[in-house]
Design a protein around this ligand. Structure first.
Ligand code: UTP
Length: 320
């Protein structure tokens, strides 16, 4: 057994400032929408998914964000840049609300972009960030994985990394029949509520080979030692360079901890989950929520009554 590092109580030794947002995957689960648009740019109510992710990083105090983009990088770059013509038109109209909405993405953080030439896997995407990151710990937030804005998962992970050092992954308990969709962690207790030591990791295991029901979700705080490991990590499952495989190497050295998360998380790269995300977040919006919720109730009542929901009476129209 490897001894767990003793957490310090003096707070972070080295504050994490930089976040990496990989957004270069092919998004095959969401074709054809993702043929020419990155899945991270699909709108969740009225903002692209990736904007929620950058907002989360900024809210946790990370002021430098590196996007790893792929073949459709233009849309992501443009979204986090100024749109002068649009801004001038809105300013001339005095439409300050929309003007702010257009300007906000570029104001969230100091945003950089780097191209992953080929989608060789999440591990390879993270390795592309090496020069920008240097030798400081950094956060990784997957661009299609949303954590509800009311949650504080990333701040908790940064706190744990500051006290235990090494790397930190986010873990969520999932039903046994879903563990094959995730990286899965073998864990040991640390004595601290909600924090475990990760003793091993396996990418998308068959249920009978899964060491636990703890799934690794799309938030990481990584020690820069991960780059050296990634460099020598051979392609694994699906022929891709897997971040999970590199983390397994670090976990074997006893330097990976897990923060257990039981809050709201949305995988917008999956069609059904995407639909649920849009509905949930629309219901929560003060401007849209009341009218949308009223329509939704009628729609669901129509379904329950054997009707076809939206086409049933007034349920076909969104309340103003
Ligand atoms: P996914 O496992 O969801 O893969 O990637 P994917 O290829 O994008 O999507 P599907 O499964 O084909 O629908 C997890 C995260 O890693 C990024 C993705 O953009 C996503 O944010 N990624 C994945 C890269 O940046 N580069 C890669 O080579 C692979």
């Amino acid at each position: 057994m490897i001894a767990s590092p003793t957490p310090t109580t003096t707070g972070p030794a080295r504050a994490v400032r930089k976040a990496v947002v990989p957004a270069a995957g092919l998004g095959t689960r969401f074709l054809p929408a993702t043929k020419a648009t990155p899945k991270e740019m699909l709108p969740v109510v009225d903002k692209p998914a990736i904007q929620y992710v950058v907002e989360e990083a900024a809210a946790a105090g990370l002021d430098d964000v590196l996007m790893i983009t792929g073949r459709n990088k233009r849309a992501i770059e443009d979204h986090f840049d100024h749109a002068l013509e649009l801004e001038q038109t809105l300013a001339a109209k005095g439409d300050t609300v929309r003007l702010d909405a257009v300007r906000d993405p570029a104001r969230l953080a100091d945003i950089h972009h780097i191209r992953q030439g080929e989608p060789l896997g999440l591990g390879h995407a993270v390795l592309c960030a090496r020069r920008h990151i240097g030798d400081q710990p950094f956060a990784v937030l997957l661009g299609d994985d949303l954590i509800d804005p009311r949650e504080t998962l990333l701040s908790r992970m940064l706190d744990v990394q500051g006290r235990y050092a090494g790397s930190v992954v986010a873990l969520m308990e999932v039903p046994a029949d879903q563990i094959h969709l995730y990286g899965c962690a073998a864990v040991e207790a640390t004595g601290e509520q909600g924090v475990v030591r990760v003793t091993g990791l396996v990418e998308k295991p068959a249920p009978e080979r899964a060491p636990s029901r703890y799934a690794v979700i799309g938030r990481y705080v990584l020690d820069p030692a991960v780059f050296g490991v990634l460099e020598r990590t051979a392609p694994g499952r699906g022929g891709e360079i897997q971040l999970t495989d590199a983390l397994q190497d670090l976990a074997a050295g006893g330097t990976v901890h897990g923060v257990v998360f039981d809050g709201l998380r949305y995988d917008t790269g999956d069609k059904a989950e995407y639909l649920r995300t849009v509905v949930r977040l629309a219901c929560d919006r003060p401007d849209l929520g009341p009218g949308f919720t009223a329509w939704l109730k009628e729609f669901v009542a129509g379904l329950a009554g054997g009707g076809d929901g939206a086409l049933d009476g007034t349920g076909g129209h969104l309340a103003a």
